[in-house]
Design a protein around this ligand. Structure first.
Ligand SMILES: Cc1ncc(COP(=O)(O)O)c(C=O)c1O
Length: 489
């Protein structure tokens, strides 16, 4: 902050307060109302100056930097210039209830109007206790001990720690999968398989990586190394490109874990909370892990809430007596009042509105329609996969087939775009069709579709019509259009 940024604020404080003209000068702060109205160029400048200049490069590449959102409702974002953007990105699974679900807004408003308290570390919280009860109710088996936090990474840290504490230091090694994503805090990062995220951080290299869905590799690892006491897997890999494993894999995994006394953590941060067509994706296999984690939509799309849910015996072994209870006790914002009541309302809505069934039904319809598109455009779409409303569309890698001139033009823009259609598709879907889709961390040829679970059949139809029209333009036109548009800025 430069001295010029400081403005002398000599106004007296509100009547009856001790504030005087001698208080500290107020820096040139932006107010809430000014923030809402910032022009797009200024938003970009501030983002670049204070948040992440490198990230802006990618947003500019795809044209996403031009869009400023003013409001959002249900399945749509509404831009400042009045465009309604159909949200098939869904905040990577954070918007199961859509944008601004009226029941969640009403619950939060009432909570505020009643002057309820937020920070409850000194007292027992009726809100946190009720949320933990609800989470135990929706979880199968004896998954009924809960830790509340505010991010997926935090829930995963809690999951890893409860297992390590229960297993003891001789069995603290974790088996994880290739292409996994469990978060960016250092514990979760140590079992996240992305060179980009791992960078050169000092992470534990004791952990063991196996291919996702390879039960024989897990069997061999358990037999060879008795210090593996924990296995941690996303039930459906999101960042890896929407990868699933067959029911038999999960059943055999449960049996192997029982045999070798290994604790199984199911990371359901992205695929949980109904998205797969069951509350937890592991329920499709009829098995129960030892520990699981939820985040993303748990806050009803309005706030940051996360939970680790452990089987009672695992939790009690780790933290069950006063001496151990505070080893991983509450975090400052874990169980915050308005967050808890948002989650309580969200879980109620999930069942009242039949959203889990809807995820199964619309997800099956979406996959069916995408497979028909694949049959129509086999040179463009390589694979369609997923479960419920967690769907991946993999495009053919065209690095070898694109005309030479275009190949060169694309390579100049960014290395990442070289053979990947997904960037072009995502960018043009937004620009020409007002449809938003997501990308995946590790498979640049895949677009990720995670629309809110309130998604209607008509929304799927709108999305498919847009994809059909776009793919119908053909690859050369799509890429030429992208390159030309990029050149225009
Ligand atoms: C499967 C999975 N686990 C953990 C995380 C980390 O969650 P967060 O970004 O809230 O820390 C993510 C985030 O995308 C995720 O997809």
């Amino acid at each position: 902050m430069s001295p010029q940024d400081m403005t002398q604020n000599a106004t007296a404080g509100p009547e009856g307060t001790h504030l005087t003209a001698n208080r500290l000068p107020k820096p040139a702060l932006i107010s809430v109302e000014e923030a809402k109205a910032l022009p797009q160029q200024r938003v970009m400048d501030l983002f670049s100056a204070h948040l992440n200049p490198g990230q802006l490069h990618f947003m500019k590449l795809l044209g996403f930097h031009k869009v400023i959102i003013d409001s959002a409702e249900g399945m749509h974002y509404i831009t400042r210039d009045g465009r309604r953007i159909l949200d098939f990105f869904g905040g990577f699974g954070s918007l199961a209830f859509g944008h601004n679900h009226p029941r969640i807004l009403a619950a939060r408003k009432k909570f505020q109007d009643e002057n309820r308290h937020e920070i409850a570390m000194a007292f027992l919280s009726q809100y946190a206790s009720a949320l933990a009860h609800n989470l135990a109710k929706v979880s199968p088996g004896d998954l009924d001990m809960v830790f509340l936090g505010s991010s997926g990474s935090e829930a995963m840290e809690a999951a890893l720690k409860v297992c390590e504490q229960a297993q003891g230091p001789d069995r603290s090694k974790v088996l994880y999968a290739a292409n996994s994503f469990h978060g960016k805090t250092k514990g979760a990062l140590a079992i996240t398989d992305g060179a980009l995220y791992r960078a050169s951080f000092d992470l534990s290299n004791r952990n063991v990586k196996v291919p996702f869905g390879d039960i024989e590799a897990i069997r061999r690892a358990f037999e060879a190394d008795k210090s593996i006491g924990i296995v941690c897997l996303e039930t459906i890999q999101g960042g890896g490109g929407i990868n699933t494993a067959p029911v038999s894999f999960w059943q055999e995994l449960r049996a192997l874990c029982d045999k070798h006394k290994v604790l199984w953590i199911a990371d359901e941060v992205q695929c949980g909370l109904g998205r797969s067509g069951k509350f937890y994706a592991f329920e499709h296999a009829g098995v129960v892990p030892d520990v699981t984690a939820l985040a993303k939509s748990l806050g009803g799309g309005k706030c940051a809430m996360a939970a680790m849910i452990a089987r009672r015996d695992v939790y009690m072994k780790a933290y069950g007596v006063p001496k151990t209870a505070m080893i991983h006790g509450p975090a400052t914002f874990g169980g915050i009042g308005e967050g808890c009541i948002s989650s309580i309302e969200a879980l109620n809505i999930l069942y009242d509105e039949g959203l889990i069934d809807n995820a199964a039904e619309q997800g099956a319809y979406l996959i069916e329609r995408l497979k028909a598109l694949q049959a129509k455009y086999p040179k463009l779409i390589k694979d369609v996969r997923g479960q419920g409303l967690m769907v991946g569309v993999e495009f053919q890698d065209f690095s070898e087939t694109l005309p030479f001139m275009l190949k060169q033009a694309v390579a100049v823009l960014d290395d990442k775009l070289k053979g990947s259609l997904s960037g072009f598709i995502g960018s043009i879907l937004l620009r020409d069709f007002n449809v938003l889709v997501a990308f995946t961390e590790y498979n640049r040829n895949v677009i990720r579709l995670e629309p809110p679970l309130i998604c209607a059949r008509a929304d799927v139809d709108t999305f498919i019509t847009a994809m059909d029209e776009l793919l119908g333009r053909g690859i050369v036109r799509i890429v030429t259009d992208f390159v030309t548009n990029y050149a225009k800025g």
